[in-house]
Write a protein that binds this ligand. Structure first.
Ligand code: MSP
Length: 528
């Protein structure tokens, strides 16, 4: 993608019924890494996140806590969801709440358009509804539990909680009209839904036939009122999906919307269907372009099941970052789990990777190289003389890693991108071991060779700082400063990071504190 292209990326907007766990933080980090990469590539990048505040689930939580839904949402947003961004280092450009006036106004514009154009009609809904999922359910989505608290009742397969039976006069969206158009979209734009497993599941689902969708509720009032019938509030998913458009200016700022839209949506695979079926159908009905891509990532599992607060398996992000820091959180989840697949979290694995890869692999390399330039050249970066095969091999590693990392990011293969960059860490560590600069330093006749080795190592670190800054922004900023660089790290074009010879000989290099300090024991970390 040439520099300057628009890149609008979104996270799901999160329900404010509860506080965030590491599954939510995982989505935030993935979208943030992709956004930071594109921003640093010079693309016209915009990262949106936010909160989903209407619907019965939030209403019931607020009532159970003796407060109003708006007060509850305000409190959770201020105390939990905004602080999450800081906890895991998210550089979002915007934060939308579905209770924002800009959102509600845009939703009304959209609804009126669909109503005027004949895509909405009044009808009878009779069927099942799961408040936990905020979703209309079919019999296939339910189970009859033989025992336990809900013995003999129909429960949602996802939550194991009883389902509600609705009989309401509702407004319906003519989604069934879009069945073939959606199938054509999946066919003509094969990367519209990713990964392949999610794509196949969605295609199967749509091929079974689409029904019209009930888009209003009349038995409670926490939501956006239907403009032509104030007895109804909008179905929470119809409301929530529109955040991606209203935040980008739909209904309020046409120029901004034209600049940003369409978006790339990062979502958990559990909600890919809403994004890859309902949402494009809504957009088609309104005559708007469909999203560029919907990527459904995997789940963080605990004991083989999706981590969730309702099952009491949620881990708060700060439990990890308090001990390991936000960079380690970001690195671990992006590196250890193939983006698009499920992954299990374990304190042991996190601790082991922190120690081996971040502290010993990358951090130690950075400290040693900067310390040797301090010791042998009084902290002034020496210039290289003739390059040997070993030096040229490092230059090739850097060039190849930068290229491969960018290609992997284009495919959203964040884990592969980091693995490609890590070849620089591994090769440079091997290079230092075989070149033995501490031996060269003992022989005045080898001064030029020592200079070339340390310049080569410093250039490798320079490339690492640029390439890893989307993943570990705090550590790379420290490294960048230690490399004596005044221009902002964020201004270093990531797609040129593989070019050799950027550091100027004569630059003052300073000593670097441990980027990833030793952490005492796994037990300590687990108990944090
Ligand atoms: N409010 C809706 C989304 C509306 S988007 C228009 C919603 N919110 S949510 O708070 O329940 O969670 C949304 C997202 O959190 C999931 O899609 C997923 O990205 C992330 N995760 C929640 N639990 C997770 C795991 N256990 N593992 C990985 N991601 C998880 O759904």
């Amino acid at each position: 993608m040439p520099a300057g292209d628009p890149f609008y990326i979104t996270t799901p907007i999160f329900y404010v019924n509860d506080v965030p766990h590491i599954g939510h933080a995982y989505t935030e980090v993935a979208a943030d890494v992709l956004a930071r990469w594109h921003r640093q590539a010079g693309d016209d990048t915009w990262l949106l996140t936010g909160t989903d505040e209407h619907g019965q689930k939030i209403l019931r939580t607020a009532v159970a806590n003796d407060t109003t839904p708006k007060e509850w949402a305000d409190k959770l947003v201020a105390d939990a969801w905004i602080p999450l961004l800081e906890t895991v280092g998210i550089a979002n450009d915007d934060f939308i709440r579905t209770t924002d006036a800009r959102h509600e106004n845009g939703v009304l514009v959209f609804l009126n358009k669909l109503y005027d154009d004949g895509f909405i009609y009044s009808g009878e809904y009779e069927g099942y509804y799961c408040v936990g999922c905020e979703e209309y359910k079919q019999l296939d989505d339910l189970l009859e539990t033989p025992d336990g608290d809900f013995a003999g009742q129909l429960v949602c397969k996802i939550h194991g909680r009883p389902i509600e039976v609705l009989q309401e006069t509702n407004y319906f969206f003519r989604m069934s009209q879009f069945e073939q158009k959606l199938l054509d979209l999946y066919e003509s734009q094969p990367d519209f839904i990713q990964p392949e497993s999610v794509r196949n599941e969605i295609i199967q689902f749509v091929k079974q036939g689409l029904q019209d969708l009930s888009i209003s509720r009349s038995s409670f009032d926490w939501g956006i009122q239907i403009p032509w019938d104030e007895r109804h509030v909008l179905y929470v998913w119809f409301d929530a999906l529109l955040n991606y458009a209203t935040a980008a200016g739909y209904g309020s700022d046409a120029a901004q919307f034209a600049r940003r839209w369409p978006a790339v949506h990062i979502v958990g695979k559990d909600i890919a269907r809403f994004h890859a079926v309902i949402w494009p159908a809504m957009l088609m009905a309104a005559g708007l372009p469909v999203p560029r891509r919907v990527f459904g990532h995997g789940w963080l599992l605990v004991g083989g099941e999706k981590m969730s607060k309702s099952k009491l398996t949620g881990i708060a992000p700060h439990q990890i970052t308090d001990t390991f820091g936000s960079d380690a959180f970001r690195y671990y989840f992006m590196r250890a789990i193939s983006f698009g697949q499920d992954g299990s979290f374990s304190w042991e694995d996190l601790s082991a990777r922190y120690q081996a890869e971040l502290a010993n692999g990358f951090g130690n390399l950075a400290s040693r190289v900067t310390a040797m330039i301090g010791r042998y050249f009084d902290g002034v970066l020496p210039g290289p003389s003739e390059y040997t095969d070993a030096d040229l091999a490092i230059q090739r590693t850097v060039a190849t890693a930068a290229e491969d990392a960018d290609v992997a990011i284009e495919r959203f293969a964040i884990h592969e991108s980091i693995a490609a960059i890590w070849t620089i860490v591994d090769d440079l560590n091997g290079y230092i071991t075989t070149q033995e600069p501490w031996v060269l330093a003992k022989d005045d006749a080898k001064r030029e060779r020592l200079a070339t080795v340390l310049y080569t190592a410093a250039e490798g670190l320079r490339a690492l700082a640029v390439l890893l800054s989307p993943v570990v922004p705090l550590a790379t900023a420290k490294l960048w400063t230690a490399l004596g660089q005044e221009a902002a790290l964020g201004d270093q074009r990531i797609r040129s990071a593989g070019e050799w010879g950027v550091l100027r000989p004569g630059t003052a290099i300073t000593k670097l504190e441990a980027l990833f300090p030793r952490i005492e024991t796994t037990e300590d970390a687990g108990a944090a």
